[in-house]
Design a protein. Structure first.
Length: 372
């Protein structure tokens, strides 16, 4: 397996990284965490850990779910965070990433993709490509002749404009499933995503509903899943672009038939060098704050590693109070009966801990994030 990553390891060492390879075949989560702890004790400067293997060969940890919204099940949280030696709030002290492949050919392809990305950072565009789904709501008019759908669309549009103000250094290229100047038709979903990634943005993001098989853009209740795994498999994108962030539920869930849509994106010859997403159902109101913090991290000058950016975002979310936008969305969900009406029934620290753990990086955690 080490030989399959030879070019990537050579590149990292040439960049100044001190790289150590350890074998953890047929290990349980407890044994994997112990191996990392042993390595960290041997080398206190250890900062990043890249797991190599699928969930089947190098299992993710399973943690108890904290169920909040009605759409959630009782499936355990799937997470790699215990391998980052978490603090008292569950936040990894080390940056964690995973190459989710066991086949030597697949590993070599992933490693080659990372090497090509790192050697061509200057060719990335300073674009942040943002693909937005739609929050489905009732179209029945309420006070003032305004429907809940109109209110939801207005909040989504306000979020986009807020990001433009918060990220003035970036060119924010947006396509939306809700009406407005950036609207794209339901049937155009695959082509819109492919074109966005083919433009070689330094980062791309999807905001909307999803599951492991596709992106549920919810143009309306009859037009839901507009981009599926088969659509992505047909993408012909010769060049590698920056990381892909998805806020949709379960788009990195490893359990089920076939690879998740996040894995399919990662396995493309071109397109995203890494994917950050969720392994199970997340909480809509928490995602709002996640995006705020992620945008704040992007607004900072300089370069970072993707793994450290994910870890820092989790650290901030674990220690910050609930944001006003998150509180507003939680209130609306409670009014709609999606979550309990009694605010005291929701422990936001437990929500943050659960959703942090669901957030997983597929790719090399030392991947460079830089705004061209």
């Amino acid at each position: 397996m080490e030989s399959d990553l030879d070019e990537l390891l050579k590149l990292r060492r040439s960049q100044g990284w001190r790289v150590t390879v350890r074998c953890a075949e047929a290990s349980s989560p407890t044994l994997i965490a112990a191996l990392v702890a042993e390595e960290q004790k041997r080398d206190p400067a250890l900062s990043h850990v890249m797991l190599v293997g699928s969930d089947a060969s190098l299992p993710m940890a399973r943690q108890r779910n904290y169920r909040v919204q009605s759409g959630e099940g009782d499936l355990p949280v799937l997470t790699d965070d215990p391998y980052g030696l978490p603090d008292a709030n569950g936040v990894p002290r080390l940056a964690i990433g995973r190459l989710p492949a066991d086949d030597p050919t697949a590993l070599r392809q992933l490693a080659d993709k990372i090497v090509r990305y790192e050697r061509n950072l200057a060719k990335l565009t300073p674009d942040l490509f943002l693909l937005c789904g739609r929050q489905p709501a009732s179209t029945q008019t309420i006070v003032g002749g305004i429907s809940r759908q109109t209110m939801a669309d207005g909040m989504s549009a306000a979020f986009v404009e807020d990001q433009r103000l918060r990220l003035p250094r970036l060119k924010l290229r947006v396509r939306t499933a809700f009406p407005g100047p950036d609207y794209y038709p339901f049937a155009d979903g695959p082509a819109v995503l492919r074109a966005g990634l083919a433009g070689r943005p330094f980062m791309a993001a999807y905001v909307g509903h999803a599951d492991r098989s596709g992106f549920a853009t919810y143009h309306d209740l009859e037009h839901v899943v507009s981009i599926g795994r088969d659509d992505v498999r047909r993408f012909e994108i010769p060049d590698v672009c920056g990381p892909f962030l998805s806020c949709g539920c379960s788009m990195l869930e490893p359990e089920g038939k076939g690879p998740s849509i996040g894995e399919v994106l990662l396995q493309l010859a071109g397109g995203p060098v890494a994917v950050v997403g969720f392994t199970r159902a997340n909480n809509d109101f928490w995602v709002a704050q996640f995006l705020e913090v992620w945008g704040s991290e992007l607004s900072r000058a300089g370069r970072a590693t993707l793994g450290e950016m994910v870890r820092t975002t989790k650290l901030r979310l674990a220690n910050a109070p609930q944001s006003p936008r998150s509180v507003l969305i939680q209130t609306l969900l409670q009014a709609a009966g999606e979550i309990p009406h009694d605010l005291q029934q929701i422990d936001h620290s437990a929500v943050a801990r659960k959703n942090n753990a669901l957030t997983v990086l597929l790719g090399d955690p030392t991947t460079t994030v830089v705004i061209p």
